[in-house]
Design a protein around this ligand. Sequence first.
Ligand code: DHB
Ligand code: FE
Length: 287
Amino acid sequence: MARITAGLATSHIPAMGMAVDLGKTAEDYWKPVFAGYDWTRAWAETERPDAVILVYNDHASAFSLEMIPTFALGCAERFAPADEGYGARPVPVVQGHSELAAHLAQALILDEFDLTIMNALDVDHGLTVPLSLVYGQPEAWPVRVIPLAVNVVQYPPPTGRRCLSLGKAIRRAVESFDQDLDVQVWGTGGMSHQLQGPRAGLINKDFDTAFLDRLVSDAESLALLPHIEYLRESGSEGIEMVMWLVMRGALGPDVEELHRFYHVPASNTAVGHIVLRPTDHHDTKAG
Ligand code: DHB
Ligand code: FE
């Protein structure tokens, strides 16, 4: 049986990817930002899942505004980094896990979550920046990744409750896969940020802190937060945080918080990062 062993959430700020790619992470501006991932990089050395289900949003890179699936599952063998207008990031091609992905597509769709099946998909900074933050600059990514793209770009995005429910369904789907696999689920995006309009640069530390607290111990009620509250409190792009609820739902009712980091600023965005462990997890495959 496959199992969910951990959940991780992080901002996916493109400038952080640039800082990695251009060798700037030790500069004064970036040093405290990347220091927040030291714990995670060490943890990730000791904890290599067989697959990561990486919940992210495409920023009109693979999808144009002509076609916008609400939830899209990457079922391909590999996913190339997208060209977002200045050439693709110099990062490895992402290796998928098409067997587990096909199982997830079947299990989730028959569980009444109508995902779009992606047999080809280029992945943008929403997916590649989190990999860089956790794994640095390897020749090849050390894990297989199943992309799960969520529309948070054009209204209406899915509700927080739908995202939490999808996470719960992902847990059931993973646990019904007959191979012995350790699977992590990552949520990305956020935290508070607004990139445009009169409120550009908005950051709300109180909202972000409460979001992190409630994500750990009060996820069911956090999931009821309406879109308009994300918009008011965390800026127009803060809605990316609904993707963290997919991750949270996949971990089951109770979690242990292993690591948390929050920092302002990085680019125009509050950097948030958390690592969670389901409390009913088993340490070893035999366990
Ligand atoms: C920024 C943050 C994002 O999450 C994003 O997708 C694009 C830009 C930023 O802070 O610049
Ligand atoms: Fe984003």
